[in-house]
Design a binder for this molecule. Structure first.
Ligand code: TRP
Length: 448
């Protein structure tokens, strides 16, 4: 199984150097690794929770999309989309809302912080708290679980949300999985070394501290921001301690180890801060020149970005649509047409049995399961004797929802007593495979 990496960026602001080096650049690098499937998206539904300025939302979506693309994200390889283009996510959010404990959400840091502030101010604890803010972690759980992501790169402040996604997913698996893992369990990944890129005042670079360095503005603005970088008051010629210098930390995030060694030696030998700033500027300006140009190209062609994101949405929905269909099935939102009833009289059982055909070939005793329309779905292994084939086939016909059907690498398999007893063909897409799974369940639980 390949690893699925997924992360989103809330579209409320203009990306700064910290966002780029701390989140976007490493995510793009991760997407280039073999056996990694990456899902990167603009969390624009999340943006609505914090921002009621439509112009700002729209501007930020464009800027963040252009930043990913300028950074070199290969949209053929990764799946790159806007959250709001995937209606399955909000639908899943409802399914999850119905299993998420209110008590769990009461403990979310962001919500608790609002309550604490209100209480300190003598206000109603929920003053100004919207259901969007309260349910923020459930929407995030839907983002993650929709794509069965296993690795979720996030900032430290988001780790609790990923843990909540695990909790909610586990609860759902337990209630509706019939022993199957409907959702994979996600894990938060924190990039320790880059997550804490220092801002102009030495604290973590963050818009809320107003200490950010602009990313794709002009060289002049970059230079003027760097000139404001806070350093100690050591004079030119006095030795500086690189390990206690935020400027050096930032320099390290963008330089080779050879460049770092030179800078380190020069600072220790008394390089003036003004000169060090100049070097940092040159380094950043050179590295950002190319992506900066691409960024402005993309910003000038919003239609191109629209096309890219529409294509990304199609790709994401290829995964989301069949998976949501399976989840709807699981909770009991099923088609009347194919569902029949759950009443299992022996007469109906006999009809179900007709979907399972037993036969013998030169290798042994087998059975095959046909879809309601009569197409082959799975073929059993060859059993040594008729009795074991019969037991396996009986299990398949009577286990109902508890039947252990697995969907791996676009192939279905049925498991019984620790072994794989039947397999489907390998389908050419995950979508076809998921559709076959629905048919297989129908064939085994439906009267005709
Ligand atoms: N809440 C995240 C943030 O503000 C953004 C986000 C939304 C996200 N959905 C996600 C991150 C799913 C990772 C996975 O940083």
């Amino acid at each position: 199984m390949s690893t699925r990496v997924l992360t989103g960026i809330t579209t409320t602001g203009t990306p700064h150097l910290g966002n780029y080096a701390g989140a976007i650049r490493p995510a793009i690098a991760a997407s280039q690794v073999d056996n990694v499937e990456s899902f990167y998206f603009l969390a624009d539904y999340h943006a609505l929770i914090k921002c009621d300025d439509p112009a700002r939302i729209q501007r930020s979506r464009l800027e963040i999309a252009a930043t990913w693309l300028a950074g070199g994200l290969d949209v053929e390889r990764a799946t790159f989309y806007r959250q709001s283009d995937i209606p399955e996510i909000t639908e899943l959010m409802w399914l999850l809302t119905c299993v998420a404990g209110k008590g769990l959400l009461n403990r979310a840091h962001a919500y608790k912080a609002s309550v604490d502030q209100n209480e300190a101010a003598g206000l109603d604890p929920d003053a100004g708290v919207t259901m969007g803010l309260f349910s923020y972690p459930v929407l995030m759980a839907a983002d993650i679980l929709m794509f069965n992501a296993t690795k979720v790169p996030v900032g430290r402040d988001q780790v609790q949300h990923v843990e909540m996604a695990r909790d909610i997913g586990q609860r759902f698996n337990h209630l509706f999985g019939q022993g199957r893992e409907l959702f994979a369990m996600p894990e938060a990944v924190i990039e320790e070394d880059v997550a804490t890129l220092p801002g102009l005042d030495g604290r973590k670079m963050s818009k809320s501290y107003d200490n950010t360095i602009p990313l794709f503005s002009s060289s002049k603005e970059l230079k003027s921001a760097i000139s404001r970088f806070v350093t100690d008051s050591k004079l030119p010629g006095e030795p500086k301690d690189p390990d206690n210098s935020h400027l050096f930390t930032l320099y390290q995030a963008f330089s080779t180890s050879a460049e770092q060694a030179v800078m380190r030696a020069d600072l220790t030998a008394g390089l003036a801060w003004g000169e060090a700033k100049q070097r940092l500027f040159t380094l950043l300006d050179e590295q950002l020149a190319e992506p900066r140009e691409r960024y402005h190209d993309f910003m000038a062609k919003p239609n191109d970005m629209e096309d890219i994101l529409q294509a990304g949405a199609v790709k994401a929905r290829k995964v989301a649509t069949p998976f949501l269909a399976q989840l709807r099935e699981a909770v009991g939102l099923r088609s009347f047409a194919v569902q029949g009833t759950d009443v299992t009289t022996s007469k109906k059982k006999a009809k179900k049995a007709s979907r399972v055909v037993s036969f013998k070939d030169e290798e042994g005793f087998r059975f095959r399961i046909l879809s309601v329309a009569g197409e082959d779905l799975v073929l059993s292994k060859a059993f040594a004797d008729g009795r074991s084939a019969g037991m396996a086939s009986k299990h398949v016909q009577t286990a109902q929802e508890a039947l252990d059907i697995r969907d791996t690498d676009q192939q279905l398999s049925i498991w019984f007593e620790g072994e794989c007893i039947a397999q489907s063909q390998t389908y050419s897409s995950a979508e076809l495979c998921a559709a076959a799974l629905v048919e297989l369940r129908n064939a085994l639980t439906t009267e005709s």
